[in-house]
Design a protein around this ligand. Structure first.
Ligand code: HEC
Length: 127
């Protein structure tokens, strides 16, 4: 009888232990996918990101290079900070990326970094 009770106790504890090992995954809100066939516009989509991500506090005319003010940004970025052969290593994308440890200052919002990468992959056009 004792053995049977011990056995039931053991089985119950194992069952409880196993069922408590459930993970609850915290899912990041999904970003709307970037359609690679639709041209991303530098003037209206990329340049404004430097302002909305507060890069201009330092990277303005007369401030720290690169000058990212709207009318100077393109010339500061292309070709100096672009690596068209390996877009992911382009400094303008990776240097202030939220997952990089290179830029100790302000970092991009993730969705904005991905938009910049997509724009580079489309040829970093001044459109
Ligand atoms: C508080 C000031 C400050 C802010 C805000 C800031 N940066 Fe910088 N950034 C610097 C400084 C200083 C350097 C040069 C030192 C270094 O390499 O970290 C630099 C370097 C860079 C470089 C490397 C340039 C090169 O030629 O190697 C890039 C690209 C850059 N910043 C982009 C950005 C972007 C994009 C933002 C906004 C998301 C931003 N920075 C916000 C101060 C800032």
């Amino acid at each position: 009888m004792r053995t049977k009770q011990l056995f039931i106790l053991l089985v119950t504890s194992v069952a409880i232990l196993l069922s408590s090992c459930q993970y609850e995954f915290v899912v990041e809100p999904e970003l709307p996918p970037i359609d690679p066939t639709v041209d991303i516009k530098f003037a209206t989509e990329i340049a404004p990101l430097f302002e909305s991500n507060q890069c201009l506090a330092c990277h303005k005319t007369g401030g720290t290079a690169p000058d990212l003010t709207a009318d100077k940004a393109y010339a500061s970025i292309v070709p100096a900070l672009i690596n068209s052969a390996d877009p992911e290593t382009s400094l303008i994308y990776w240097y202030p990326h939220p997952d990089a440890s290179t830029h100790n200052f302000k970092k991009y919002k993730k969705a904005d970094a991905e938009l910049i990468l997509a724009w580079i992959k489309q040829g970093a056009k001044n459109n």
